[in-house]
Ligand binder design. Structure first.
Ligand code: UDP
Ligand code: MG
Length: 142
């Protein structure tokens, strides 16, 4: 029952998709355990995407991720990491399954509206990147 990190990227916030994305999370039976609106600094965006440093899309990605406010979410529930990635769809919206967020709302492989952690280890790191322990709703909370 590990938590995962979700982000509505600047394109999603700009296009007023936050409500629709939260609805998808609720309808999937996932649990919202933390929520913030913020704007990433360049330094933080570089740190957050450090695994991609050196790749051709790294600099434009950092630029894009700092281009406007984002919404960061702690998402819990059974198999939250896999299930949130399933609700998001594949990285490239053109290749994502129908009825996924990226397929329905993504406009390019970069501007794909949402982020989700990809493993238990990255989920732990990414949640801690944005949230203190006391900002996350405990699992036993009803
Ligand atoms: N990205 C990109 N071009 C690529 C691959 C990725 O612009 O060829 C961007 C895209 O926004 C993606 C992010 O970099 O969501 C992180 O890439 P990753 O491979 O981790 O995909 P994800 O885990 O987000 O599906
Ligand atoms: Mg990734």
């Amino acid at each position: 029952m590990a938590n995962t990190l979700g982000i509505v990227k600047p394109d999603g916030v700009r296009r007023k998709l936050v409500g629709k994305i939260l609805t998808k999370i609720e309808e999937a039976g996932l649990i919202l355990r933390g929520l913030k609106v913020l704007k990433l600094t360049k330094v933080d965006a570089e740190k957050f995407y450090a695994v991609h440093e050196g790749k051709p899309f790294y600099k434009p990605l950092v630029e894009f991720m700092t281009s406007g406010p984002i919404v960061v979410m702690v998402i819990g529930g059974h198999a939250s990491i896999e299930r949130w990635r399933d609700v998001m769809g594949a990285t490239d919206p053109a290749k994502a399954r129908y009825n996924t967020i990226r397929r329905d709302y993504g406009t390019s492989i970069e501007k794909n509206v949402v982020h989700g952690s990809d493993s238990p280890e990255t989920a732990r790191m990414e949640v801690a990147f944005f949230f203190r322990e006391d900002e996350i709703l405990p699992k036993e909370a009803k």
